[in-house]
Design a protein around this ligand. Structure first.
Ligand SMILES: Nc1ncnc2c1ncn2[C@@H]1O[C@H](COP(=O)(O)OP(=O)(O)OP(=O)(O)O)[C@@H](O)[C@H]1O
Ligand SMILES: [Mg+2]
Length: 498
């Protein structure tokens, strides 16, 4: 028997033009939570997909309980006891929780028909053991991300997985859901399951993991018990250099008149009397809890949701925005929090994605100006440090974090005056966050207005000139940089207290 439940040795995985993983190794003990961290494109998802049989490694070996495995498919890996909750959940949203859990593993009765009574019972039971008291007959899509993730974990528990891999499981969860997930991870660990936990949030790794493995550029860097890592050593191991400054705040010149003015915005049951102004040359942060109405406010301004009342002025003129197309024409760019759904054409190359929002700006009259396109796109790739063999790479083949950078590049390439960034650094590694902040700095120095919705307190405090706090669809506070109440405690008060 081996000391490890799963072991990867000397593994290499090549894609056309890229070596995604080179001579990598990873060891997971039963009953431990092993953190896995690395920059966007470092090869974390590739490693995971090699262990789950989605990819076949070109060189190297995989062992489960000391026995060498040759996974030809995800089924082989599942049969060996490895389960995975992927970065992009693959849930059948219209099917019930029970169907999702028992898909391809149906329980049949004596008559040969599906035994839904038993399956519902088991589904309810296992979800309850994960802290979720839900009706398993309901469609999975009617529940939030937290519960959908628990459904994936429930599948793993039901096949008695020896090891469960979670690829950035917390990136779209609220605070409460993250807590529940951590509780679940700990209880699985205590039952002897090995867990691999991928996250870009260092605090999470420190709170949850027993050991952390770092990879960089597809290669192994180091593994240490958690108490032998600290913030600095982790970041240095990840990015291969020390990070000069986490929040490189710079200042623009605030415009005399607001670029955007919102008056008495109303949306039934969602927004109440939301009024604010946003200036050129400033980063205006929007803080608040998940569900406070920040995204809804931005969607309303962008014409994505219908409003029941209120006025919007751009550069002093009232505008009537009925659709995102109107908003773009009025000079608003909106980087949505749901990048997969609304930001990117996955089947198209980076270059196409980056010019899509501004075809007019990239043409001379009738024809596209390919010289300009090539130059500008190359600049963005460099500036945002997008890890790709070339601008012609298909967006869907980039790592998750690099896809997000492409969306940022796309909007920066428009000639908008007002940039709304909704959770701009979610799922982005610490090094790349700094690149995104520098892009914001550049925009405000050019006199543009940046509105940043963020749930990350250090980011809001580190980068905003002014912060608006929302709670239950209303604005509950405004804080100016360099004044007394520009601090975490006062923001939390405005976000929480009734
Ligand atoms: N199917 C594929 N075809 C071609 N290249 C790929 C494919 N999958 C991954 N790559 C490349 O392999 C490298 C590693 O990507 P991977 O998705 O493993 O990174 P990651 O560490 O998970 O990053 P992130 O934190 O952004 O999710 C990247 O350069 C990526 O573009
Ligand atoms: Mg990934």
């Amino acid at each position: 028997m081996s000391e490890y439940v799963v072991e990867l040795r000397n593994a290499t995985k090549r894609f056309p033009g890229v070596v995604a993983m080179r001579n990598m190794h990873l060891e997971v003990k039963p009953g431990e939570i092993l953190g896995l961290i690395g920059e966007n494109g470092a090869g974390k998802s590739t490693l995971i997909k090699s262990l789950t049989g989605v990819h076949q490694i070109d060189e190297g070996q995989i062992f489960v309980d000391g026995v060498e495995q040759h996974f030809k498919s995800p089924n082989d890996s599942a049969n060996a006891g490895i389960a995975c909750v992927y970065q992009e959940l693959n849930m059948e949203k219209l099917l019930s929780i029970t169907d999702n859990i028992f898909i391809n593993k149906w329980i049949k009765g004596k008559n040969g028909l599906l035994d839904y009574k038993t399956m519902h019972e088991k589904a309810r039971e296992v979800m309850k053991s994960l802290g979720q008291d839900v009706d398993p007959t309901k469609a999975a899509g009617t529940f939030g991300m937290g519960i959908q993730q628990m459904i994936e974990i429930a599948k793993a528990v039901l096949i008695d997985a020896k090891m469960i891999i979670m690829d950035e499981p917390t990136s779209s969860l609220g605070e409460k859901e993250v807590e529940q997930l951590m509780k679940t991870c700990r209880s699985l660990r205590d039952r002897g399951v090995g867990i691999v936990f991928v996250s870009h949030k260092l605090e999470e790794l420190f709170e949850l993991c027993d050991r952390v493995t770092v990879m960089r550029d597809g290669e192994y860097v180091d593994t240490r018990p958690i108490n032998e890592w600290d913030n600095d050593s982790l970041v240095t191991a990840m990015v291969g250099r020390t990070l000069e400054q986490q929040f490189p705040k710079e200042y623009g010149v605030k415009s005399k008149e607001p670029l955007l003015k919102v008056e008495h915005l109303e949306e039934m049951g969602v927004l109440r009397d939301v009024s604010f102004e946003a200036y050129g040359g400033e980063i205006l942060g929007f803080a608040g809890l998940v569900g406070a109405g920040r995204t809804e406010t931005m969607r309303a301004i962008f014409g994505a949701d219908k409003i029941d009342g209120g006025k919007i002025y751009i550069k002093g003129k009232e505008v009537n925005i009925k659709s995102p197309r109107d908003a773009i024409r009025a000079g608003i760019a909106f980087l949505t929090e749901d990048r997969k759904g609304q930001g990117l054409v996955l089947a198209q190359p980076i270059v196409t994605n980056m010019v899509l929002a501004n075809l007019k700006g990239f043409s001379n009259g009738l024809f596209l100006n390919f010289g300009k396109i090539t130059q500008v796109v190359a600049e963005r790739i460099k500036e945002l440090r997008i890890k790709t063999p070339s601008a012609d790479e298909i967006a869907g083949q980039l790592s998750g974090g690099n896809q997000q950078k492409v969306v940022i590049g796309k909007w920066v390439n428009t000639d908008a005056d007002i940039f709304i960034f909704d959770e701009p650094t979610r799922g982005i590694d610490v090094g790349a966050k700094v690149e995104v902040y520098n892009v914001m700095n550049k925009l405000v120095k050019d006199g543009k207005c940046v509105i940043m919705v963020s749930s990350e307190m250090p980011e809001i405090l580190g980068m905003s000139d002014r912060i608006i706090v929302m709670r239950e669809g209303k604005i509950t506070g405004t804080m100016h940089r360099n004044t007394d109440n520009f601090n975490q405690e006062d923001i939390m008060k405005a976000a929480w207290e009734v």
